[in-house]
Design a protein around this ligand. Structure first.
Ligand SMILES: Cc1cc2nc3c(=O)[nH]c(=O)nc-3n(C[C@H](O)[C@H](O)[C@H](O)COP(=O)(O)OP(=O)(O)OC[C@H]3O[C@@H](n4cnc5c(N)ncnc54)[C@H](O)[C@@H]3O)c2cc1C
Length: 379
């Protein structure tokens, strides 16, 4: 018999949600997080938007888990006092030739089960958001803002209350398949003076975010053959001067770029109402590590992008802010839709669940991914 039922590798919002779901279902659960804190990785470096789910092909993992995840996340945040605000979002067409794209998203959203989507003409947009320039917009009322790190920590707390062991400052360094499941080797940070350990686990869930390809390879999977090697893609943000705070009350997105690289540089609000533009797409070369610097030379491109729908913006309103790294598959090509990999292994890797390439809308999808993982474990 294995020491525990399930070991989750990674304490971002996805891993924490999985651990909470597993522990509350009565499974003996261990969560291992390399960082000192939960939710300090990509979970703390994003737009904190709870997406509706109108961008993704019907039937894809992204569509399914995003639509279900939004409902579950809202419910969870209400129950656990995590900050959540249904501010809504406008996807704006700034010229007549962009309207067809809004109509396509509306149809897709309806097919995906997205609630409360409405098409607005230019006058209706002006009534709603007088400072935004648009000839039409798709209004998603249910799109929300969430305290992402707060959600990860609340999932962690729920897991702990249900007797999960949450180990932070501890790194999974080895995975070996054994009779009862997996032997997991965990090491403390070098120089900490603490001891590492091994335990056996019936199931291992790879929720290691930017390092999910390394964890899959650690388990013996040929990640190149499966197209799972990551090439991180940086998403930068520029802050908008606080003198404009309060001028816009909803998230504002452009029609998404045709290459499918992102949802487009949009107006983000935080829970305090501060405004930022972002994220853009900056492919990263391998080997530079987790580089979170923001190149100030990108300011002009941000200004040009933002000014299309925010006519009040001036160049010197912008200043470099923060960035996040997308765990993007290296095999991604412009124009190509890439889905989440959500895979229960069989055969030689039985007992392993891989969550690979969980970029946006991964925050929104987290509780739905957790539900899927635990359903497999309980089968
Ligand atoms: C710029 C940007 C904007 C985004 N905007 C949105 C948005 O608005 N809405 C949305 O829904 N999604 C958004 N996303 C996506 C969302 O942020 C991610 O999908 C989500 O945070 C992924 O969470 P995670 O738990 O998988 O990964 P992470 O938060 O990265 O957690 C993985 C954890 O695994 C740990 N780890 C790695 N290796 C090991 C190991 N060997 N042992 C132990 N621990 C390990 C890491 O330390 C890390 O804490 C955005 C992403 C980016 C980059």
């Amino acid at each position: 018999m294995a020491d525990v039922d399930i070991t989750v590798v990674g304490g971002g919002v996805v891993g924490c949600a999985a651990a909470a779901r597993a522990a509350t279902a009565g499974l003996s659960t261990v969560l291992i997080e390399r960082d000192r804190l939960l939710g300090a990785g990509t979970t703390s470096r994003n737009s904190e938007v709870v997406h509706g789910g109108m961008y993704y092909p019907t039937g894809s993992h992204k569509a399914r888990f995003c639509v279900e995840g939004r409902r579950l996340l809202k419910e969870f945040c209400e129950l656990h006092d995590v900050r959540y605000r249904e501010c809504g979002k406008l996807i704006v067409a700034v010229s007549a030739d962009e309207v067809a794209e809004l109509e396509r998203l509306q149809v897709l959203g309806a097919a995906n089960g997205v609630e409360d989507l409405e098409m607005l003409d230019g006058d209706a947009v002006t009534t709603l958001e007088p400072e935004v320039r648009a000839v039409a917009a798709l209004w998603s009322r249910r799109t929300a803002l969430v305290d992402a790190e707060g959600a990860a920590r609340a999932f962690g707390l729920q897991a702990r209350h249900a007797d999960a062991q949450i180990m932070t400052g501890a790194e999974v360094t080895r995975l070996e398949r054994v009779d009862v499941g997996w032997r997991v080797t965990v090491d403390p940070p070098a120089g900490s003076g603490r001891e590492g350990w091994t335990h056996t686990s019936r199931w291992v869930v790879n929720a290691a975010g930017l390092h999910c390809d390394r964890i899959a390879a650690m388990a013996g999977i040929d990640v190149d053959a499966r197209g799972w090697r990551l090439q991180w893609s940086k998403g930068n943000y520029f802050a908008i001067s606080p003198r404009h705070d309060g001028r816009v009350g909803r998230l504002v997105y452009p029609v998404p770029p045709r290459d499918g690289s992102s949802l487009g540089v949009h107006l983000c609000l935080d829970l305090a109402g501060r405004m930022r533009l972002g994220p853009d797409v900056e492919p990263m070369d391998g080997g530079v590590g987790e580089d979170y610097s923001v190149d100030p030379d990108r300011q002009e491109a941000f200004f040009a992008g933002g000014r299309r729908f925010l006519p009040f913006l001036e160049m010197d309103d912008l200043s470099p802010d923060m960035c996040g790294l997308r765990p993007r598959l290296k095999s991604w090509r412009p124009g190509q839709f890439t889905d989440f990999v959500v895979q229960r292994e069989v055969g030689d890797f039985e007992g392993l669940v891989n969550l690979v390439g969980i970029e946006s809308p991964g925050l929104t999808s987290a509780p739905a991914l957790a539900r899927q993982v635990v359903e497999w474990v309980q089968e």
